[in-house]
Design a binder for this molecule. Structure first.
Ligand code: F0G
Length: 459
């Protein structure tokens, strides 16, 4: 894959102004926000790399499709157009739309998870993790060890550890495992892809044990592109062919369409099993809406139907992944450490390597995130001890995650080369005076999902 900045395979017809507010104002905004970047107003951010979820730019075809939206309560034409696309790309027997990915996870968990059951994945995304826990289940991450070594160049660092998976099933028993998952790409581990070979092995282990296999498909198209580029035997296959092969291995999938379907809202839940589908439909009606709209407007379904195909387009995918690789290389060339190789949707800066003088209990990735806003009005997201440190109720000690990361997440079709040069130059400037950065202490935090609303003070 090239690390030269790729020419965008589109030109720009509509613009949205962004404004770089003066440094003194940024300092005030930070203080007002309690140094929590989630609390900032979007209008005070110049380059927003908080998430790639729902933040993409829709195409003229998607906006046109929105005008065709059929807002009938039941059996809308929009639903039928989405159905055609979903069946064509994923090939499952049944599906329902949901308003976003976590709604699909909620319904699946409501249908399948009983208290004290175990659900394996490479790394569960935090909403999947929380939805399983909300039903009394135990989400468990069984990714290969290479995933936790930022410098390791393994081409498929999102792979499941097959030996760990087998031992896990032996330990807890197949009856206590209502389903198994794999997340493609593995967002919790650097946006790293899973190989087709590994997916086949995972599917076989699940099948041999009678455990239904669900794929978290949020970024499946990016994963398929990595397979085409990196895995022997796939160079001459189209992304859609690779996707069909991938989903044929599974019994179902959940998907946040806000990523690779390039829509601002939407999700999918697909299954083959008839009985499970009936239960899903009943849950959907209870929580989301009638099965032909699932909590979305008809126009949203049409935008998704078009976006699903745009997300599979090879000229788009090669541009997208080269854009991520470009930002990572620019940072690496200047000595800013990031998870290697660059993932699909984001560059993950290894904050504890850049700021070795700040201990994990003083939140190095938070400190770097705040400094990036102070220096350049750029917003990333902390994926480290603010988000994942947990207090052990048994011995009252804190457990800290293996990696302290600042994720620079790239919205789809939104920013250009000069934006990324600006991001890289700002971070490189910070690196030059890294030893001056100080840690933070938490002055307020709720018990669960504290990163969204915590307040901080500089040390
Ligand atoms: N699965 C994965 C792998 C995700 O990355 C996300 C969302 C979800 C499920 C949940 O989907 O947001 O539509 O309900 N990830 C976003 C992020 C929020 O910033 O990484 P959702």
């Amino acid at each position: 894959m090239t690390t030269i900045y790729p020419p965008e395979p589109f030109r720009i017809k509509v613009t949205e102004s962004i404004r770089l507010i003066p440094r003194e104002e940024r300092e005030v905004k930070l203080k007002e926000a309690g140094y929590n970047l989630f609390t900032l107003k979007a209008e005070d951010v110049f380059i927003d790399l908080l998430t790639d979820s729902g933040t993409g730019a829709m195409s003229q075809e998607q906006w046109s499709a929105i005008m065709r939206g059929d807002e009938s309560y039941a059996g809308a034409r929009s639903f039928l157009r989405l159905k055609e696309a979903v069946e064509d790309i994923f090939g499952f027997k049944h599906f329902v739309p949901t308003h976003q990915g976590r709604a699909a996870e909620n319904i699946l968990s409501a249908c399948l998870v009983k208290p004290n059951q175990w659900i394996p994945s490479n790394i569960h995304f935090d909403t999947t993790d929380a939805n399983i826990r909300a039903r009394g289940g135990h989400p468990t991450n069984l990714v290969i060890d290479e995933a936790y070594d930022p410098a390791n160049l393994h081409p498929f660092k999102g792979n499941m550890d097959i030996a760990k998976l087998k031992a896990f099933i032996t330990k807890y028993g197949r009856e206590q495992i209502p389903f198994g998952m794999v997340t493609v790409t593995n967002n919790g581990g650097g946006g790293q892809p899973v190989s087709m070979e590994n997916l086949k092995q995972v599917a076989q282990v699940y099948r041999e044990n009678g455990i239904p296999f669900f794929i978290d498909a949020a970024r499946y198209a990016e994963n398929c592109y990595f397979i085409q580029q990196r895995e022997a035997g796939y160079q001459n296959k189209s992304i859609k062919e690779i996707a069909r092969e991938m989903f044929a291995l599974a019994d179902g999938m959940t998907m946040s369409a806000k990523k690779d379907a390039i829509v601002n809202i939407g999700g999918l839940l697909c299954v083959n099993d008839e009985k499970l589908f009936q239960n899903i439909r009943n849950e959907l009606i209870l929580r989301e809406g009638f099965p032909t709209y699932g909590g979305l407007a008809g126009r949203d379904l049409d935008a998704m139907a078009v976006g699903l195909y745009e997300g599979l387009d090879e000229s788009y995918l090669s541009y997208r992944l080269a854009q991520t690789a470009y930002l990572a290389k620019k940072l690496n060339d200047a000595g800013v450490p990031t998870i290697q190789p660059a993932g699909g949707h984001a560059v993950y800066v290894v904050a504890n390597q850049l700021l070795p003088h700040i201990p994990n209990y003083e939140f190095p990735a938070q400190s770097l995130g705040v400094e990036l806003y102070r220096e350049g009005a750029i917003r990333g997201v902390e994926i480290g001890s603010v988000m994942f440190a947990s207090l052990d109720p048994e011995d009252n000690t804190w457990h800290y995650p293996a990696l302290e990361l600042l994720r620079l997440t790239i919205p789809r079709r939104v920013y250009t080369q000069t934006h990324f040069d600006y991001v890289a130059e700002t971070l490189i400037k910070i690196k030059g005076r890294a030893s001056e950065l100080r840690g933070y202490k938490i002055t307020y935090a709720p018990e669960l999902l504290r990163h969204f609303t915590a307040q901080f003070a500089p040390l």
